[in-house]
Design a protein. Structure first.
Length: 315
């Protein structure tokens, strides 16, 4: 990834606090508490919260929280818009540097592993496109189906394919497109010329007993459904976003299946819970590979604020 202009010699100020971990573990609540303590602004690293109209299913901060603490990279795009991890990394770095120039503390919070990687460690941006190749892939998608293309991606770039699900149309097509254009695997290109962030940071990973986390996930899904998740999806469909990759997210695709008559309400609810638990497991697997993360327990009674303060002081 290329650094934004003028950042190479940017003075490094206080460390950026980066909070990561699986969905439903309490990242948002902790980040808001810390933002009050450190008088900080929050930069979201969530690949679905960037989209407008997707509030309940992505567990966005409340309007009150956003009024009290400035948040960035929330509600910035229409659900049909493309926004790569490389683009996020570049823009988020620019935002953090601009905030630090104003003598602001910054907290990054999110569970999107590629976003965090691009922000902190860099990710090469492969900008080449070929309309004829993309058209061919789209035609094949229509004729052969997404599972066939996913199986092909597994053969040419298994590392990339294993990062996302068989239903992630946008990433599957892009992975195949890059390979057909360059003859190189996108997973390999992403490892080249990585430039670390031009600011100090301390990463904090949140963990808890697996059974307790799954209990929190199940309860949150119930709350989302009570809060109107089905109506939120109906609104998105009415706006014409039914074919967008954004709605392939857990919680949205299951509601779409319910509205299409493929399952009843109870089955939909159970599928959201089941798929969210699987998603949380994948997130933990991803973040466990990063040895720079300081893991902290979210169990009741754990003095997490004191531990975080010590980490920041010693970073």
């Amino acid at each position: 990834m290329n650094l934004p202009d003028g950042l190479n010699n940017q003075k490094k100020i206080r460390p950026v606090i980066v909070i990561v971990g699986p969905t439903a573990i309490g990242k948002t609540a902790l980040s808001i508490q810390l933002a009050h303590v450190y008088d900080a602004e929050i930069v979201s690293a969530d690949s679905r919260q960037i989209y407008k109209y997707m509030d309940i299913g992505t567990a966005k901060p409340t309007l009150q929280d956003m009024d009290e603490i400035p948040h960035h990279f929330l509600d910035i795009l229409e659900p049909g818009s493309d926004f790569s991890s490389g683009t996020y990394g570049k823009q988020a770095r620019e935002k953090i540097i601009s905030l630090q120039k104003k003598d602001k503390n910054v907290i990054v919070v999110g569970g999107s592993g590629l976003y965090i990687k691009a922000l902190l460690f860099g990710m090469i941006s492969f900008d080449k496109k070929d309309d004829s190749i993309r058209t061919e892939l789209v035609n094949r998608l229509s004729k052969e189906g997404l599972p066939k293309l996913y199986a092909e991606l597994q053969k040419v770039d298994p590392e990339l394919a294993n990062r996302f699900s068989v239903k992630d149309t946008q990433r599957i097509l892009r992975g195949l497109e890059v390979f057909l254009i360059s003859g190189k695997r996108l997973s390999e290109l992403q490892k080249e010329e990585e430039i670390p962030a031009p600011f100090k940071f301390v990463q904090i990973g949140l963990e808890m007993d697996r059974a307790k986390l799954y209990e929190r996930i199940n309860k949150r899904v119930d709350i989302m459904l009570e809060a109107g998740l089905v109506d939120e999806v109906k609104t998105l469909l009415a706006k014409g976003f039914d074919k967008t990759n954004a709605l392939n997210a857990v919680g949205y695709k299951e509601v779409i299946d319910y509205l299409s008559g493929e399952c009843d309400f109870d089955r939909m609810s159970e599928l959201i819970k089941q798929n969210t638990r699987r998603f949380a497991k994948r997130q933990l697997t991803w973040f466990r590979k990063d040895k720079s993360i300081n893991w902290q327990s979210m169990q009741v009674g754990t003095p997490i604020f004191n531990k975080i303060a010590d980490l920041i002081q010693n970073s």
